[in-house]
Design a protein around this ligand. Structure first.
Ligand code: SF4
Ligand code: SF4
Length: 139
């Protein structure tokens, strides 16, 4: 039987061309991501002061994590260049970036409704596989 993580990785990889050529990395340009303190330097680097000043980067009370608005004055995540993520090969990149748009929790798989590749139906063959593997899929 196929491993669910392997199928999820195949599904994410299958979107790569669409992400760059059609969607133009929408999910790195719009919305928010939550960063752990250990991810902050890697993603924000020397832009921290400017992003804090314009309130595109905020420390969340109690958790110590940061909320990063991707629609900031730089126009996107600070690691996006020519529709590509500069830290894509880095194992320490944020977990949300590794997992988007497919999130696995126990026997439930959530597919982000914000993903244009998913809206275009590109993930349907994989959703079928997830269900065959006994997972509930929320879209
Ligand atoms: S929204 Fe979906 S299709 Fe668009 S860049 Fe992000 S992962 Fe790719
Ligand atoms: S770190 Fe990379 S994948 Fe994550 S939002 Fe920024 S550009 Fe996108």
């Amino acid at each position: 039987m196929q491993d669910v993580n392997k199928v999820a990785n195949e599904a994410r990889k299958s979107l790569s061309k669409y992400c760059m050529e059609e969607c133009k990395s929408y999910c790195c340009r719009k919305g928010y991501i939550i960063l752990k303190p250990t991810e902050l330097d890697l993603v924000i680097g020397d832009k921290k002061d400017k992003l804090m000043e314009e309130e595109s980067l905020r420390e969340l009370s109690f958790s110590g994590k940061y909320s990063f608005n991707l629609s900031n004055s730089f126009g996107s995540c600070t690691q996006l260049k020519d529709e590509k993520c500069l830290i894509h090969q880095n194992v320490n990149r944020p977990s949300v970036c590794k997992e988007f748009p497919i999130f696995i929790t126990g026997k439930i798989i959530r597919i982000s409704p914000r993903c244009y590749g998913h809206k275009a139906g590109l993930l349907y063959p994989f959703i079928k596989k997830f269900k065959e593997l006994g997972y509930d899929v929320e879209e």
